[in-house]
Design a protein around this ligand. Structure first.
Ligand SMILES: [Zn+2]
Length: 360
C-alpha cells in the first residue's frame, strides 16, 4: 500500500528534550535505506482515534516497492501498515473499542458505516485514511470503531503471527480468492508465490477449490504452497506457463485466476490462464500494468481487484485462526527484533525470506 510521509522528525538537538514522547521505528530515507530512527510517539489527534501498543510487526511485499525506489520516496517516511496489539488509549468519540482490548485492523482505516463500507468495500470508504508507521512499538489508528476488530480475549503468543497475518496478507489473499469467484470444485491458478499468493492458496482451499495450481519456481515457497493446499505446481512463466495451464485443464483454462504480484508479466499471465467466462482477480499494487482493451474484449474474462477490503473478512478470519482451522502465520519464515528492521528488508528484497516478522 502507499505510504505518505508524516510523523517523522529529526532527532532533537538536545537529547533530553521530550524523551518520553519519542520512540524508535522504521523510517525509509531513500532507495534501500531503511533505518531504525527516532520518531514522534503517536498520540490521539482526532476524537475517533485509538493508540495501540503493537504485539508484533512485519514487513509487507508492497513495502519493497518504495524500498527498491520503484515508487518514489521524497521525504523520510515511517514504514509499516500491518498491525495487531493492545489498545492503550482511545479518543472521546470512540465507543466500541476499549483500552486493554487486543485488536486487529487493516491498512486503510474506514468508518464501516458509509455506503461503500456497507457494501463490503471498506478500502473505498468515503472517509478512508491510510494507517502508517506500524513498524514501531506504538501506532495511531484513525476511525478506531470502524477499523479495529477486537478478539474475545488477549491471545496467547503463539497465535500472534497468524493474527498479524490477518491484518493484510491473509485478508488480501482471501479477497483474491473471493474476487475471483472461487467456488467448491473450482480449478484455481495462483500467480505469485509471495506471502499474499501463498495465502491466496490457503483461501482457495478454505473455499473448497478442487484443484489449486501454484505458479512458483522456488522450492521453499512450493513446499509452503503445498502445505496450504496447492495440488499442482507450475514452474513455467509467460507463454510457457499459460501453455502448461491449458494442458492441465484439457485446453480450457482455469475458471479462477488470482494475480498476486502487480507486474505487467503477472497480469498478462493471469489473463492468459483464464478460461472464457472465467474470473481474474488482481490484488498486487499494479506497477506499469497496461491492458489492451481489444485483446481483453475477445477474452471474455471478468476482472475484479483493488486494495483488498480486509476489514470485511476480519471477523471470519479471526474465528478461523482462533479455532486453529488455519495457520497463516507460517508465511513468516524470518523473525528479527524490530531494531534489525533493515536486515528484514534486505532478506525480503533478495528473496531470502518470504516475510519478516519483527519482534517488539
Ligand atoms: Zn466507509
Amino acid at each position: 500500500m502507499g505510504s505518505p510521509s508524516s510523523g517523522w522528525r529529526r532527532s532533537p538537538t538536545s537529547s533530553t528534550e521530550e524523551s518520553e514522547e519519542a520512540m524508535r521505528g522504521a523510517v525509509l530515507f531513500g532507495p534501500r535505506d531503511v533505518r531504525f530512527e527516532e520518531r514522534d510517539a503517536p498520540k490521539i489527534i482526532e476524537p475517533t482515534d485509538a493508540v495501540i501498543r503493537l504485539s508484533a510487526s512485519c514487513i509487507c511485499g508492497s513495502d519493497l516497492w518504495p524500498y527498491r525506489g520503484i515508487s518514489t520516496t521524497t521525504a523520510p517516511t515511517p514504514m509499516g501498515h500491518e498491525y495487531c496489539g493492545i489498545v492503550e488509549d482511545v479518543g472521546r468519540a470512540v465507543t466500541l473499542i476499549k483500552p486493554g482490548q487486543f485488536v486487529i485492523g487493516s491498512f486503510f482505516a474506514s468508518d464501516n458505516t458509509c455506503p461503500h463500507c456497507r457494501a463490503g468495500y471498506q478500502t473505498s470508504c468515503a472517509h478512508r485514511q491510510p494507517v502508517i508507521g506500524a513498524q514501531a512499538p506504538v501506532l495511531r489508528v484513525p476511525l478506531a470503531d470502524g477499523t479495529l476488530v477486537a478478539t474475545r480475549e488477549v491471545p496467547s503468543s503463539d497465535r500472534i503471527p497468524s493474527l498479524l497475518a490477518a491484518s493484510d496478507v491473509l485478508g488480501t489473499g482471501w479477497f483474491a480468492a473471493d474476487a475471483a469467484n472461487v467456488k467448491p470444485g473450482a480449478t484455481v491458478v495462483v500467480v505469485g508465490d509471495g506471502a499474499v499468493g501463498l495465502l491466496a492458496v490457503l483461501a482457495a482451499k478454505q473455499m473448497c477449490a478442487e484443484r489449486i495450481v501454484a505458479m512458483s519456481r522456488h522450492a521453499a515457497r512450493q513446499k509452503l504452497a503445498r502445505e496450504f493446499g496447492a495440488t499442482d505446481i507450475v514452474t513455467e512463466r509467460g507463454e510457457a506457463g499459460m501453455a502448461r495451464i491449458k494442458e492441465l485443464t484439457r485446453g480450457v483454462g482455469a475458471e479462477a485466476v488470482l494475480e498476486c504480484v502487480g507486474t505487467p508479466e503477472a497480469m498478462q499471465q493471469a489473463i492468459g490462464c483464464a478460461r472464457p467466462g472465467g474470473y481474474v482477480s488482481y490484488v498486487g499494487v499494479p506497477h506499469g500494468v497496461e491492458l489492451d482493451a481489444q485483446k481483453l474484449f475477445f477474452r471474455h474474462v471478468h476482472l475484479h481487484g483493488g486494495p483488498a477490503p480486509v476489514r470485511r473478512y476480519l471477523p471470519e478470519l479471526i474465528d478461523l485462526i482462533w479455532s486453529r482451522k488455519i495457520d497463516p502465520g507460517k508465511v513468516f519464515d524470518l523473525t528479527l527484533p524490530l531494531e534489525n528492521v533493515a536486515e528484514g528488508y534486505r532478506a525480503m528484497d533478495e528473496r531470502r525470506a518470504i516475510k519478516t516478522l519483527l519482534r517488539l
